[in-house]
Design a protein around this ligand. Structure first.
Ligand SMILES: [Zn+2]
Length: 112
């Protein structure tokens, strides 16, 4: 998958570190991917307040906090060994499986 020349190297449930913006340095789990926009939502990060109007029935009026999306260029996948966000490269294993590995220490990010 590629987004405007940028490879989407993330998957749901990956742990990522934010590398710029107001959430810089924070880590969280990827909740959802939006490949078309090259964005992700990360658990408890970039929270946005949305004002909800009551629909008169089930929904109460109020403020709802929701994860706002973050551009993938602002997050890096966290390597367990390095303990921080790293750039990754791809490697083909002997059995043909493709895994993501840490560019820094060579640790396999995908648990196979
Ligand atoms: Zn590493």
């Amino acid at each position: 998958m590629s987004v405007a020349g940028q490879k989407l190297n993330l998957k749901k449930d990956d742990i990522v570190e934010v590398i710029s913006g107001r959430e810089q340095g924070k880590k969280g789990k990827v909740l959802a991917l939006f490949p078309g926009e090259g964005r992700v939502t990360v658990e408890k990060l970039n929270m946005c307040k949305r004002h909800m109007k009551s629909d008169g029935k089930s929904r109460q009026a109020g403020i709802l906090e929701k994860e706002g999306s973050i551009h993938i260029s602002n997050v890096l996948i966290v390597c367990d060994k390095c303990g921080k966000g790293v750039r990754i490269k791809r490697k083909k294993l002997e059995d043909g499986k493709r895994v993501r590995i840490c560019q820094k220490c060579g640790e396999v990010i995908d648990k196979v």
